[in-house]
Design a protein around this ligand. Structure first.
Ligand code: ASP
Length: 340
């Protein structure tokens, strides 16, 4: 089980860019992902140093991650079977446990900000599809054509996924010069994933690279946010864990958590809330609570999470090949990593 150094500090931030990394991911793609993570982490660190509130920091950092096409959220989102983008996001304020979430968003440039508006400006916690889109316009959020979110690389990977008749696919496996069927066969082979099942159905490889951020600010208030395009070649209308409070995202006085990986497994595990519950009811410190939940609650899952505690610890855990992640604490600890 992976571990970050425990640092008792006032503020702390952890971010992720998805769990379940292709072990053969080319070096230059690893470096690119780490560069984006480091840049987005720095946005959060600068805000925290300036005394920003946790809620503002998680929103700002996730907006950066959504805007960069490197990860599966906002621009660069995974595509549905129909070749469209249906994004999801959620945000939670540990102070008062307020929350907002959206699903089926197809034109809103930064879904995390729409989730925040749902929390702050609507009487509800969760809006989806047409209603979420209408609310974004009412609120004057920036909207763009659905094509803005669709990258050439993702169009290619959707084609591969369809040819292989697989509902899910790791869209980062390089296309250059590859024969589609052999590329897919190699991908399946390299992950040994032909033995994987999801909800009892055989699947190939799930698409990683959802983004998330968990923060405790210098006042000890926590917040978490998660944003995703979901799974490559997903059914239209499919909703994963990322917008579900308690599954993909949770924040309270004990901790803030953002999860990533196979959404169906995370939903079954109520993973984010369980980390908080284990801290609250079992009295475990953050990293032990994370380890416990990944080991005992994440059944058959290929997933992971990042977390911060209300007292400034950072932690992560995953049960798959890797997780794009980064963290920083007020006492100067900083790390960007992918593998164990
Ligand atoms: N959890 C996301 C989903 O199932 C995918 C991911 O984390 O990459 O939609």
């Amino acid at each position: 089980m992976a571990r970050w150094a425990i640092a008792m500090a006032r503020w702390a931030i952890a971010i992720h860019g998805g769990a379940g990394v292709d072990p053969n991911l080319p070096e230059h793609r690893q470096e690119e992902a780490k560069r984006v993570l480091a840049r987005c982490l720095q946005v959060g660190v600068d805000l925290l140093r300036a005394g920003a509130a946790a809620l503002d920091v998680v929103e700002a950092v996730v907006r950066e991650l959504e805007t960069d096409p490197c990860f599966n959220s906002g621009r660069g989102s995974a595509l549905t079977r129909a070749g469209t983008v249906e994004m999801e996001a959620s945000i939670m304020d540990g102070r008062g446990r307020r929350c907002g979430a959206v699903s089926g968003v197809s034109t809103v440039k930064n879904p995390v900000s729409l989730a925040r508006r749902v929390m702050d400006k609507s009487p509800h916690s969760y809006l989806a599809f047409g209603g979420a889109e209408d609310f974004a316009r009412e609120q004057g959020l920036e909207v763009v054509d659905n094509n803005y979110f669709i990258t050439e690389e993702n169009v290619g990977m959707l084609k591969l996924a369809k040819e292989a008749n697989t509902i899910l696919f790791d869209y980062r496996i390089p296309l250059a010069g590859a024969d589609t069927c052999s590329a897919l066969a190699a991908a399946v082979e390299s992950h040994g994933s032909n033995k994987m099942v999801m909800n009892g159905l055989p699947i190939s490889i799930y698409a990683p690279e959802t983004v998330g951020c968990a923060v405790v600010d210098s006042n000890g208030f926590t917040a978490a946010a998660t944003s995703t395009g979901g799974l490559m070649n997903k059914m239209t209308g499919r909703i994963g864990d990322s917008p579900l409070i308690g599954a993909g995202t949770y924040a309270c006085g004990h901790c803030a958590v953002s999860c990533t990986g196979e959404g169906e497994a995370i939903i079954r595990s109520t993973l984010a809330r369980d980390v908080a519950a284990v801290m609250e009811y079992k009295g475990l410190p953050l990293q032990e609570a994370v380890d416990f939940c990944v080991k005992e609650r994440l059944d058959e899952g290929f997933a992971g999470l990042i977390a911060v505690s209300g007292t400034g610890e950072v932690a992560y855990g995953f049960n798959c090949t890797g997780m794009f992640r980064a963290c920083a604490t007020e006492d100067g600890f900083m790390e960007v990593g992918i593998w164990e």
